[in-house]
Structure formats: C-alpha cells, structure tokens
Design a protein around this ligand. Structure first.
Ligand SMILES: [Zn+2]
Length: 305
C-alpha cells in the first residue's frame, strides 16, 4: 500500500540530455490483494502479473481520463486474460484458463516456451481505452506472436505510437513489475544520442528476477550507469474493483424476470459473484420482486407483464 516502500507504485523517468524516457511499475500488496480470491496455477499467475504491470505502464504513457483494458485472447492454456487500469492507477484483473493444460506448464520451461504454452503460439492482444469524457473509445490490436507479452507490447507501441520501445515484464506469486523505455523523436539540441542503444542492450540483459527484486533507483543506475536519470514522483497503484449493486441489478434485469425467478425457485436466492473481486451480491425473494416491480430507469428493458 505504501508507495514509498518501493512497491505499489508507478514512476516516470527521463534520461537527462537524451531523448529517452520511461516508466517503471512494481506491485506487492496490491497484486496479492488482486489475486486473493483466485487460485491461479503458477504459470497463469505469473503471466497475469505481467499483464497487470503492462496495463499500468500503458495507462501511465497515455493521457486519458477513464479506463484502459488490456485483453489477451490465447489459444493455449489461457483462453482469456483481462487487466484493467484506471487513469488513477486502480487495477483489477482476471484470467480464464484450461486447468489441465495449465497444470502441464512447469516452471522449468524457458520463458518463451512457457509463453507459447500459455497462449498456444497464437491469439491476440487488444488494448482498449474508454475515456470518461466525450464517450471516447480507442482500440488497438496486435497478434501474440512473440516469445513474451513484453514483445507483443513492443509491437503494440511500434504500431500505435511509432515510437521505438523496449519493455520488460515480470510476475510471480507475490509481486509483479514492468519497465518501459522509449526513444523520443527529435535528437536536435542534445548530446550524441548514445543512451538509447545503451538502454536497449541493458533491457535485453535484464533478468525478470532483477526487475522484481530491485528498487527503481539501483535498477536504473545499474541499467544506465553512464547517464543521469531523473525520476519523477511515485504515483500509488491500488487494487480497486468497479463492481457494485447497480451493475448487478442491470445484469439481472437484462437476464429477464422469468430466468431470474426460475433461479430463485431452484436455489432459494439469486447470488451473483463478481469475477474480479469475488464479492457476492445476494438477492432473496423480496429483492427479486423489487428488481422487477420497480425497474426504475435502468438500461435493461426487462419488465414483468
Ligand atoms: Zn468486483
């Protein structure tokens, strides 16, 4: 929870006198809280951690007010992965996976092999930005072709922003982290642009364990020892779910009175559990009656006749 501890924070940095900038993120408690209601196999959990770190890096690089969703559609053990980050860095995420396939992915596999087993060597990666104002919506899609989620993210940046970008991501049971470095256009008025080639070499050598374990200052000093890196203030990242009674009510109304009443008759109550945070929303007979006799101004048209 404490951004000063070096966890649950995102930080922007620039390399002085060089057209190179970056973002760093590392989550500890926020990541464990996010996963608290799910029992993901280790390989799935590690990839989900990378996806969450990636969603924060993306949200930090874009200027928007609203919500960013990173969606991964795989063809292997992972069928669907969703990581969401708001402009205030509230994150939530979920993974749908095939238990039998996921159980076969051992931690001994090389990184590229584990990624291919999780995604099936195919699938796609979609970034959607929903801006609060003006109902703006933007979407970008790249194939999950590389050997890692970080490579797909690099492809995404190359395609959408046309900025050369290097990304490293890492996740384990208790922590996840990400580092992004970009080369900005325009090299006039600065020193010989040597930081970008140096950063690329350093990123290629960076081990996931180092990314997870090192605080940002020593990490950047070891990656770019010859340069002055200016780190900006940390923004806290928190686990935050956007579910609520209103959303569940709309969902049940959309399902229709007949369906909802038949579940009520069978189960004695209707319980909807939020997939993201595990919070249960329970509707007894009285609550179900209220749902369909006072439909209010809800978006769903379901009414009893
Ligand atoms: Zn929720």
């Amino acid at each position: 929870m404490d951004a000063d501890s070096g966890y649950d924070a995102v930080r922007r940095f620039i390399v002085e006198n060089q057209s190179v900038r970056g973002q760093w993120v590392r989550l500890g408690e926020a990541w464990r809280e996010l996963c608290a209601n799910s029992e993901y196999p280790a390989a799935v959990r590690a990839l989900l951690g990378e996806a969450v770190a990636a969603s924060v890096l993306l949200a930090a690089t874009l200027k928007f007010q609203g919500r960013l969703t990173l969606q991964l559609n795989g063809e292997g053990a992972v069928r669907l992965m969703v990581a969401q980050c708001t402009h205030q860095f509230g994150v939530r995420a979920i993974a749908h996976y095939d238990e039998a396939l996921a159980a076969k992915i051992s931690g001994e596999l090389a990184r590229g092999e584990a990624f291919r087993a999780l995604t099936g060597g195919g699938g796609r990666f979609t970034v959607t930005v929903e801006a609060d104002e003006r109902n703006l919506r933007y979407q970008g899609i790249v194939p999950l072709a590389g050997a890692s989620l970080a490579e797909s993210l690099e492809d995404y940046f190359n395609a959408s922003e046309q900025l050369p970008t290097r990304v490293r991501l890492a996740g384990d049971a208790g922590r996840c982290a990400g580092l992004l470095i970009q080369k900005l256009p325009g090299t006039d008025r600065i020193q010989a642009p040597t930081a970008w080639p140096a950063a690329q070499r350093a990123m290629a050598r960076l081990e996931p364990a180092t990314l997870i374990e090192q605080p940002v200052e020593p990490l950047l000093s070891s990656l770019l020892p010859a340069y002055d890196v200016r780190l900006f203030r940390a923004s806290p990242v928190v686990f935050e779910c956007r579910c609520g009674e209103g959303r569940v009510t709309s969902l049940l109304r959309a399902l229709g009175a007949q369906e909802v009443r038949s579940i009520l008759a069978e189960e004695g109550a209707v319980t909807v559990t939020c997939e993201f945070c595990g919070r249960p929303y329970r509707f007894d007979a009285e609550a179900v009656d209220a749902l369909f006799t006072h439909p209010g101004t809800g978006e769903a048209p379901a009414l009893i006749h």
